[in-house]
Design a binder for this molecule. Structure first.
Ligand SMILES: CC(C)(COP(=O)(O)OP(=O)(O)OC[C@H]1O[C@@H](n2cnc3c(N)ncnc32)[C@H](O)[C@@H]1OP(=O)(O)O)[C@@H](O)C(=O)NCCC(=O)NCCS
Length: 180
């Protein structure tokens, strides 16, 4: 697993199976599931353990997932993933934060940190993310993290039998140096 990343308030670290109950509690909330592709609802009882157990194999494919924790208390509040396509030195970010922790700037703080990590430690050239059009809060996170709007992919994903448009944002290495 990658080394921990620390920010002003957060520690990003690898998940362990001890986190499974907390993950289940946080992602079982429909507020978290409804705007994510990877989180089924209702969330299966063994879903979190299986998800965490799969992380080492995912990491071999350059998909790195960090637990977002509050440094002051150690509390797990969310997750952030960087999915790399090494041949193009590009990667996609995905994240969720537990509902009771929304609005504190935590997603932005974690996203900025993983962008820094992606460029400085992973040598990436392009980092992008997209979000459901009906989830403007996630778009704000991308904007506040220094990413630029590139356009909206029409009917990009399907969830619960419905096609959803996804605005896309990115930051390039040369812009990151300016943004810092
Ligand atoms: C999207 C999500 C990660 C944001 O986490 P967060 O920690 O609350 O994010 P931050 O506090 O860093 O920033 C949220 C921003 O969105 C803004 N916002 C919140 N609701 C909004 C809305 N309905 N419309 C526009 N902006 C909104 C906030 O005001 C804040 O911006 P500001 O600092 O300019 O005021 C969180 O809501 C979440 O986990 N949602 C469910 C999972 C998900 O959608 N993941 C993203 C998949 S792409």
């Amino acid at each position: 697993m990658a080394s921990d990343i620390t920010t002003k308030r957060l520690t990003l670290r690898g998940f362990t199976l001890d986190d499974a109950d907390d993950v289940t509690r946080l992602v079982s909330d429909y507020e978290v599931a409804k705007t994510t592709l990877a989180v089924p609802h209702p969330y299966p009882a063994d879903g979190a353990a299986g998800w965490i157990a799969g992380h080492p194999a995912e990491e071999e494919r350059n998909h790195t997932t960090f637990a977002i924790t509050l440094t002051a208390t150690g509390e797990l509040i969310g997750a952030i993933t960087l999915i790399e396509k090494r041949i193009h030195l590009r990667a996609e970010i995905g994240y969720w934060i537990g509902y009771q922790h929304w609005g504190n700037g935590y997603a932005t703080e974690a996203t900025k940190a993983i962008i820094d990590w992606g460029f400085s430690e992973r040598g990436l050239n392009r980092i992008f993310a997209h979000h459901f059009a009906e989830n403007p809060a996630s778009g704000r996170v991308m904007q506040k993290s220094g990413m630029q709007y590139e356009g909206t992919i029409r009917d990009c994903v399907q969830k619960d039998g419905r096609f959803i448009d996804t605005p896309m944002y990115s930051i390039l290495r040369r812009e990151w140096k300016t943004f810092q």
